[in-house]
Design a protein around this ligand. Structure first.
Ligand code: C2E
Ligand code: CA
Ligand code: CA
Length: 758
């Protein structure tokens, strides 16, 4: 008996230790384990007391407590088994049934004090003997049933689970089976003290160990192996002599090792990293990127090498990790390409172009550069007329031309807008001719189709290399803006005043409407006189009296308005002013004076000039002869038939049409024959020349003679001296206009001078 007491005491101490640890554990199953251990302690203690005591009352209490606590212990053991074996789903139901059984059993065991239906104690030879009654049998059956639940759960789990895990279930199952056999033995031998409780305690300790402490080392090993085998990185382990002791399949594949080869792992790794054995011994860890070419394919690997040490710092080996970055690198390269290149043409996009230009400028502080931009005139029309696909082809063609011509290492080019391209070129290799010939090549998309597009190029010579690249291109585009109306491919250069000119253009364009409305645009009149010195009429010349700029002659703003197509507005306004003046003069009885107005060649493109002028003359009820119309010969540059018809319409309507600036540019004597005009205005250029040039005089004389023969009167412009008046008169000139007689003056002044006098 003494050995039982000692064993029980030791087991009790161990159980208490396990109980404390179980209570501290944060595992989910720990509270159930703690319950088992707690309810195990009580039968251990009560059986020890039973072994030592001969007092029937004490023994009765100990038996009762022992039976109740084993019932609870088995109750929790069953719950543990179900949970530990992962049959949680069934747990609530099983727990309810079991709780009912336990409650009934406990009540019966307590009632034994009054009913004496569980057991009886008698004292024989001073020793207490135990007699089992009918309910004790039932209690035993219930206990074995509870126990059976646990065994069942463990048996099923052992059959189903992986070999790796089976250990922990088998140990508990085995201990439980042995204990139950022991308990059966006790039941049949009817010993006073239940020595099987020792088995239960050992079972409890196993339960604690396997559920809360134990992680099978085989499981860890297996897991490590499986993880290493399945990761996509290559992993190699080397011992202290750098013999390869493990290489996973990824590593073998990357290093070209056979599937069963391991020993040559280190040599294979060195051939990838390009190191020699000696070199690789000298560092603790290292990362490097390696490339391998195999069957024409390039592979990119990141290799990490680490030496391994034990806790004392002694080297136990090393390991290498190889990551295949081929795909990632390709993807990154592709993304980088897409982010920096234009999708359509494949050349640099704006951001990349600007960055690369910045780099070149920074790296070449001693060199001189041009920033060059190109723009297609009315690209939108190309899109509309030929379709998007064709327009795309055109842009690709420009990109390819840029590629072909960019010979220098410092040249950078890219696409910086829908139809705009840009490049940086060293001044020493920049050639205007190359650009012009390239621009002329662009429209020849194929042999059968040459489309009428015009490209302009603007160049800015980089003076301040620190200026933002975008500002450099702004300047190149300003240069283009200055020539964008020109019909021929051209390289325009940025000059500081290009910018001012552009700003001026914008200002004039924006302010014109308001200037007309507020009376800033006014007609000035310059008298025209006859050979006898009599004022016969006047030319109406526009002036802009600007609130900030002051008095502006037409030279400052008309070219802008001709460029942007607004010339018609100002002309119509001046024509109407002229009509209004004539109307008033008519009321005042001055029907003898005419006014001649200028019609810009551009007006004929924008509007139906005859209809407008006829409508104006009608509105003011004018004698149409009193409104003279000055047309320059430049209108005859194209659509000659159309223009001739227009002039005819005006003349047939009763207006006098004068040919202005005759002799200034394109004039030929032939033209005079063809052009149906009423008056010829000799350009002042002749007069500037005549002082020194007899030849010019002869030409003038010829023109005047020719006009005479056609019955066309001649008026000379720009007459400044009496000598000029004399020789012009001698040649047969009929009328004069010029500073010699009068400068252009305001209406008021003109009227004061000419109307009052007569
Ligand atoms: P234009 O039609 O040849 O007009 C004659 C120009 O010669 C005027 O310049 C006039 O002031 C100037 N002039 C007259 N006599 C002399 C002289 O003895 N010596 C010199 N050196 N110059 C003289 P302005 O007024 O500056 O006009 C310049 C041009 O602007 C005009 O040349 C005409 O082509 C255009 N223009 C003026 N007003 C209008 C207008 O209302 N509509 C249109 N479309 N053009 C106009
Ligand atoms: Ca004129
Ligand atoms: Ca003129």
């Amino acid at each position: 008996m003494i050995w039982f007491v000692i064993t029980a005491a030791i087991l009790a101490i161990v159980t208490v230790f396990c109980l404390v640890r179980a209570q501290r554990s944060d595992k989910e199953i720990a509270p159930i384990v703690a319950q088992i251990l707690f309810w195990l302690l009580i039968p251990l203690v009560s059986n020890t007391v039973l072994a030592l005591s001969n007092n029937p009352d004490v023994c009765r209490f100990c038996y009762t407590v022992y039976f109740i606590s084993t019932t609870f212990m088995l109750f929790y053991f069953a719950q543990f088994a179900v949970k530990f074996c992962n049959y949680d789903k069934q747990l609530p139901l099983i727990r309810k049934i079991m709780a009912g059984v336990v409650a009934l059993d406990v009540i019966n065991l307590i009632l034994n004090y009054g009913l004496h239906h569980v057991f009886q104690l008698s004292v024989v030879d001073g020793a207490v003997t135990f007699e089992s009654l009918w309910y004790h049998k039932i209690h035993l059956v219930l206990s074995f049933l509870l126990f059976g639940v646990s065994l069942g759960a463990f048996i099923i789990k052992c059959i189903r689970t992986s070999k790796l895990y089976r250990d922990k279930y088998i140990v508990i199952l085995f201990a439980s089976v042995v204990t139950s056999a022991w308990e059966l033995f006790h039941v049949f031998t009817n010993e006073n003290v239940d020595q099987a409780i020792v088995g239960f305690s050992i079972c409890g300790i196993f339960i604690y160990l396997y559920s809360l402490e134990y992680v099978p080392s085989v499981l860890m090993d297996e897991m490590k192996k499986t993880v290493l085998a399945t990761v996509s990185d290559g992993i190699l382990f080397f011992d202290e002599n750098r013999e390869c002791i493990y290489a996973n399949s990824a590593a073998k594949l990357m290093l070209g090792m056979g599937i069963n080869e391991t020993a040559n792992g280190f040599e294979k790794l060195l051939s990838l990293t390009g190191e020699d054995r000696e070199e690789s011994a000298h560092y603790e860890s290292k990362s490097l990127t390696c490339t391998k070419i195999e069957d024409g394919e390039e592979y990119i690997y990141d290799v990490e090498l680490h030496k391994l040490h034990d806790l004392q710092g002694k080297r136990i080996g090393s390991f290498a990790k190889i990551t295949d970055n081929t795909e990632r690198t390709k993807r990154e390269n592709l993304n980088r390409y897409l982010a920096t290149h234009d999708k359509l043409t494949g050349i640099y996009n704006t951001d990349r172009l600007y960055d690369s230009i910045r780099e070149v400028l920074q790296n070449n502080p001693d060199k001189e550069f041009y920033v060059v931009a190109s723009d297609i005139k009315e690209f939108k029309l190309v899109n509309d007329r030929y379709g998007r696909e064709f327009a795309d082809k055109l842009l690709i063609r420009i990109a390819n031309l840029l590629k072909d011509k960019a010979a220098s290492s410092t040249t950078r080019y890219g696409r910086i807008g829908s139809d705009k391209f840009g490049c940086l070129i060293e001044k020493s290799v920049f050639s205007e001719d190359t650009f012009i010939s390239a621009m002329k090549e662009v429209p020849n998309i194929d042999r059968n189709l040459v489309i009428p597009i015009i490209m302009h190029v603007g160049a800015y010579e980089v003076e301040d290399k620190n200026m933002p690249v975008s500002a450099m291109f702004d300047r190149a585009f300003i240069a283009i803006a200055g020539v964008k109306h020109e019909a021929e491919a051209k390289v325009a250069y940025y000059e500081d005043d290009s910018r001012d000119a552009l700003l001026w253009d914008q200002k004039v364009t924006e302010q014109l409407d308001n200037a007309i409305l507020t009376g800033q645009i006014v007609p000035y009149l310059q008298a025209q006189v006859s050979r006898e010195g009599k004022v016969v009429g006047a030319e109406v010349l526009v002036r802009w009296i600007h609130p900030e700029e002051g008095f502006m002659p037409p030279g400052r703003f008309l070219s802008v308005l001709e460029k942007n197509g607004m010339i018609g507005k100002i002309d119509q306004y001046i024509w109407e002013c002229a009509c209004r003046i004539l109307r008033r003069w008519s009321y005042e009885g001055r029907d003898d004076l005419y006014l001649s107005v200028n019609i810009s060649p551009k007006d004929f493109y924008m509007m139906d000039v005859p209809s407008i002028i006829i409508a104006l003359a009608d509105k003011y009820e004018l004698d149409r002869k009193r409104l003279r119309l000055e047309i320059t010969e430049t209108i005859m540059m194209d659509d000659i038939d159309e223009k001739l018809k227009t002039i005819d319409r005006l003349r047939e309507a009763g207006f006098i049409v004068e040919m202005d600036d005759f002799g200034s540019g394109y004039s030929s004597l032939n033209m005079l024959k063809d052009m149906p005009v009423d008056v010829l205005k000799l350009d002042m250029i002749f007069l500037n020349d005549t002082a020194h040039n007899e030849r010019t005089k002869k030409i003038m004389s010829l023109i005047i003679d020719l006009a005479k023969s056609l019955d066309v009167p001649v008026i000379a412009e720009g007459v400044e001296t009496v000598e000029q008046v004399d020789f012009l008169a001698k040649m047969g000139c009929d009328f004069f206009q010029g500073y010699y007689f009068a400068r252009p003056v305001s209406l008021d002044e003109y009227e004061k001078k000419n109307l009052a006098a007569s």
